[in-house]
Structure formats: C-alpha cells, structure tokens
Design a protein around this ligand. Structure first.
Ligand SMILES: Cc1ncc(COP(=O)(O)O)c(C=O)c1O
Length: 404
C-alpha cells in the first residue's frame, strides 16, 4: 500500500564535474577527516562496522545493488553518533588541558590515563539530544573523565534517557521540541561556565560541531576503504536531522570519488523536512511545529549552518517520507529475502530504505532520484535497536530473535 511521500530535485546542485573546491574544504577538510580517523581508531574497542550487501532486496526493489552500512555495533553505543560527540568531547578536554598546562599537544592516551584528572574533572560538557548524540557525549565524558549534563525534550523515550544516564550523565527534561532543548542547553551552559558539545552549528558556534562532523567522517572513510577496487555507488541516501551526518558523508565521498561520486539524496520525515524546504527555497528554512515522527533522530526543524554549506550544492535530491515507510523498512530489514542477512535497524536507522520503498510506490520519486535497474545504492544503517522496547513493539521480535 502506498503512503504519502514526495521528492524534489535540488536546482542548486553542483554538476558532477564540479570540484569539491577550496570554499568547501575550508569547512570540512581532508586534514580534519584524517585527524578524526587517526584519533578515533586509536580508542579502545574501535573496529570498522560492517558494509552489508542486500542483493535479494535490491532485486526486489528493481535496482542493481544495495549496500547497507550497519552502525549498530559502533563502540557498543548502537549508532554512528558514537563517532561524533565523543570525539568532540575529547578535543574540548584536550584543549582545556593544553591551555591550563601551557602544552602544545595532548594525546587521547594521556587523557585516558588520568594524568590530567584535575583539569578534566573540573570540566562539564552539555548538549541537547533526541537520544543518540547525548549518549555519545555522555560516553565520551565518562571515558575521558569529565562531568556531563544532557537535556532531552518531552518526547524522548524513557529507554533512550536511561541509556544516557547509564554513562553517568545527569539527564534533564526541557518542555517543547528538540530545538527548544538546544536553546536551553546553550543558555544554561553560558550561565554555568559549561561547554556545549552540540552536533548542530549556528552563527558564532562552529568549531565543536565541526569536530562532530569530522568524527562522523570515519564512517565514510571506512566505506571508501571497504569498496576499494569496486565501482562507486551510483546513489547514496542519507537520513538527516540537522544534516551533520549527511554533510560529512557528502564531503568525504566528493573528495574521494570526485566526478564519479554518487548522486546524493537526503531523506527526512514529512513533518521535519528542514533540508527539503531549504533546498526548495534556496536558503536555510526553519520548520516549526511538533516535528512529530517515529524517526526520533530526525525530528529537527533547522539544518545546521555548517552542514548547509556542504549540502546546499552537494545534495542532488531530497525525499520526505511518511512514518509508515520507516516502519515498513525496519520490518523488511528484520525479515530478509532469501540470501540476505537479517538486519536490526532502529526507527531512524532504516530511513534510507524507507526512501527506496517510497520510490517503488511513487514513479515521480523514482524519476526524481534517477533510480533504475543499474543503480547501485548505498544506504546508511545509522542505528540499531537504540530503544529495544520500541524496536520489539514495531518489529514483533527483539534483536536476538531477529539475528538468531
Ligand atoms: C540514528 C540517527 N541517524 C541519523 C541521525 C541524523 O543525523 P544529523 O542530525 O546529523 O542529520 C541521527 C540524529 O540524531 C540519529 O540519531
């Protein structure tokens, strides 16, 4: 059965031949990606996440191939977000130690060893979250030894709040939506002398969200390595909240594959389609209202300033989908077609497949995305069952049951 969905081609998309260029490299740079990869791959527990091939599903969808980057196992946190917030926390603390001690460099292993406990222990990091970013910041704070206060809006599930608190953070509720929580975190931090480790940037606040984005680039770097020797995907579909993950992947693939880079498609929930609307109007647009969606990680009304600087010309098309497609995607990934592995994808994690399912039902979307039988599509499994209770309710089995 068909559900509401729509797509738009980006009239400001750069042609395939356009170089990544100096202006964009001044935002997200190869050096930034390399530094994040060096640092994060040195942390205890680092391992590249799997890149799965879902050939049975690809055939069923009428496309040539389908890759799924499965972030469920990332550092035991359940989502790709482990890469960004924790990396930014490490850099904030490194910076504080260097300033306090007049040093020109501090390594992660020095931070982890506790030799700078006095400086690090006096710091507090904070942020607003719909779940996964806060979990990453809390984990980073615990790993490197500082205090952490995380703000959640009203609709963040208890399971996601508990998961953050398990890393020793104080979790506090703010009335309103995600954007209200972002503003509250910023005001409180200014009053208390805390550091905001946000995944979204706004005028005058760029360095920390840039670290977050460079951290996400690890995922893209792994994919580029995993596909070495194979042709580039023709399409990549990335789910977006504030667009930080989308921008990181777009920038990294652009630098890596240049004119052969995949067509870049952003997928968002119908009521939280801030990138879709920004692309439509050629400028950053804020979406107001409840932003209600089952795809909790995507319930954002404003695209990050930094992300927009990459996405404005880097996105080829946007898709906005009804929640029904997200639920369908989770269930299809959990009960694979013959030959495909079972996949545990949370409500936000299956959004790339949600866009493909919408494209199957709506020929205009398929046309806008330029999908056909030769398309080799990459989708980002950005999270696993980050709230296992909700996952079981939707899929009818828990992760062990699906994978077993
Ligand atoms: C699992 C998951 N996927 C995707 C996103 C979207 O990332 P961004 O806000 O950087 O667009 C989020 C954001 O919280 C998320 O939790």
């Amino acid at each position: 059965m068909s559900h509401p969905a729509r797509a738009i081609a980006n009239p400001s998309a750069e042609p395939a031949s356009a170089p990544y260029g100096a202006a964009r490299a001044a935002v997200m740079s190869p050096q930034g990606f390399d530094a994040a990869m060096r640092e994060i791959s040195s942390w205890p527990g680092y391992a590249p996440t799997p890149l799965l091939s879902l050939d049975g599903l690809a055939k069923n969808l009428g496309i040539g191939g389908l890759h799924y980057k499965d972030e469920r196992g990332r550092f035991g946190l359940g989502s790709f977000k482990a890469l960004g917030g924790a990396y930014a926390v490490a850099n904030v603390l490194r910076d504080k130690v260097m300033r306090a001690r007049g040093l020109s460099g501090v390594t992660s292993s020095e931070l982890l060893s506790g030799v700078y406990r006095d400086v690090v222990g006096a710091a507090t990091v904070t942020c607003a979250t719909d779940g996964n970013h806060g979990r990453s910041v809390a984990w980073g704070a615990q790993l490197f030894g500082c205090r952490c206060v995380i703000y959640v809006h009203e609709t963040v599930s208890q399971g996601r709040r508990d998961a953050i608190a398990r890393y020793g953070a104080q979790v506090l509720e703010v009335k309103g939506n995600y954007d209200d929580a972002v503003r509250h975190a910023a005001t409180t931090a200014a009053a208390e002398g805390w550091t905001v480790v946000s995944d979204t940037s706004y005028p005058g606040y760029r360095d920390i969200p840039l670290d977050v984005m460079h951290g996400y680039g690890v995922m893209a770097g792994e994919i580029e390595h995993q596909l070495q020797g194979a042709p580039a995907p023709t399409h990549v579909i990335v789910q977006a909240g504030v667009g930080a993950m989308a921008a990181a992947i777009c920038a990294s693939f652009w630098m890596h594959w240049r004119q052969d880079r995949p067509r870049f498609v952003v997928v968002e929930p119908g009521l939280a389609d801030c990138i879709y609307r920004s692309v439509e109007q050629g400028q950053r647009v804020t979406v107001h209202g409840s932003l209600e969606t089952v795809m909790a990680g995507l319930a954002c009304g404003e695209v990050s300033e930094l992300a927009w600087e990459i996405l404005q010309g880097g996105v080829n098309a946007c898709v906005a989908v009804d929640d029904a497609y997200a639920l369908d995607a989770m269930r299809r990934l959990a009960r694979p077609l013959a030959g495909d592995p079972p996949v545990v994808a949370g409500e936000t994690g299956g959004a790339g497949l949600a866009a493909l399912l919408a494209a199957m039902d709506h020929t205009d979307i398929r046309r806008t995305l330029a999908l056909d039988a030769n398309s080799r599509v990459m989708i980002m499994g950005s999270e696993g069952d980050t709230d296992p209770v909700i996952y079981r309710e939707i899929v009818g089995a828990d992760a062990a049951g699906v994978l077993g």
